[in-house]
Design a protein around this ligand. Structure first.
Ligand code: R5P
Length: 291
């Protein structure tokens, strides 16, 4: 078995390979002046099972095409099985038609992976794991809340409360509360599908007054959800508010906005390469791939 560390996840791929004692095959990549992608393997993969580690965070179209080119390439170079590890799977949020005549992007992406010979897929905190039922090949989603909460538990939190910014993230908050040894709560979030405007309503049996709160979410993108949650928790009397997410898709401006709303620190994982990606998901991926 070999690990191909794709251009979007070079360090993560190499960390995964090191953890399982495998060689990492590097990829030479570039963008042509018109934006088209080029990939070349730096060594051969003939006859091997190949694990491609390539996340598809922004620029997601480039990273997705690199992944498709790599999967097709390793297959044509004689790889036996192609396992795609896509820690952040782009297009997963459009998992149904919310409005009439909309495309369901995640189904298209899964179809493309199948077309280029991907035999199985590993993701981390994919938006809706249920979409995998239609993939036509085995898919496994790994939860990152454990490694995130372990990191937060080293920060000396006082009376920690794990908070979910919406009902969907409640599973993360419950698990984090177990690891942090505290309570959990959540907001109910309503988002206007056309304007993107959000409204949030706290639903918590426990007071946050004077306590340290960690808001856990799968994604920070525009930062609206996280900044609103942090601001409301500060207004509710929280002592310190930390912001944690699996996929920090945030720009510097969004990072600043969350800090300005009152967060002490924003923490993310290396499913996305960013300034806040301080927690590695490599142990989870190495474990899943070895099995
Ligand atoms: C929504 O269901 C997700 O779990 C995140 O809360 C959402 O994607 C965050 O997006 P934004 O940062 O744009 O508010």
């Amino acid at each position: 078995m070999l690990v191909v560390s794709g251009p979007a996840s070079r360090e993560l791929g190499e960390a995964v390979a090191k953890r399982i004692g495998l060689d990492a095959v590097r990829v030479e990549s570039k963008l042509f002046p018109d934006g088209e992608c080029y990939v070349r393997l730096e060594s051969d993969v003939n006859g091997e099972d190949v694990v491609i580690v390539q996340s598809t965070y922004p620029p997601q179209n480039t990273h997705l095409v690199q992944l498709l080119l790599l999967a097709d390439l390793v297959k044509k170079r004689g790889a036996r099985e192609v396992i795609a590890v896509v820690p952040y799977l782009a297009y997963a949020r459009q998992d149904k038609s919310f409005r009439p005549y909309e495309g369901v992007s995640i189904e298209t992406v899964l179809g493309l992976l199948k077309c280029v010979g991907v035999k199985s897929l590993v993701t981390v905190d994919v938006h809706t794991p249920e979409v995998f039922a239609k993939a036509g090949f085995p898919c496994k989603d790994l939860p990152a809340v454990g490694v995130l909460a372990e990191y937060l538990s080293t920060l000396g939190l006082k009376q920690p409360i794990a908070f979910a910014p919406d009902v969907k993230a409640l599973r993360m908050a419950k698990k984090a509360a177990e690891i942090l040894g505290g309570e959990y709560g959540n907001f109910r979030k309503e988002r206007d599908r056309v304007t993107g405007e959000i409204k949030m309503f706290p639903e918590c049996r426990h007071s946050v007054d004077g306590k340290d709160v960690v808001v856990f979410d799968d994604i920070i993108s525009s930062g609206s959800t996280m900044a609103t949650a942090v601001k409301m928790l500060k207004e509710m009397g929280a002592r310190r508010v930390f912001s944690a997410c699996t996929h920090p898709l945030l720009t510097d401006e969004v990072h600043r906005r969350i800090l300005d709303s009152g967060a002490v620190e924003v923490v993310g994982t290396d499913t996305v390469s960013s300034a806040v990606s301080v927690v590695s998901v490599s142990p989870l991926i190495a474990d899943a791939v070895s099995k």
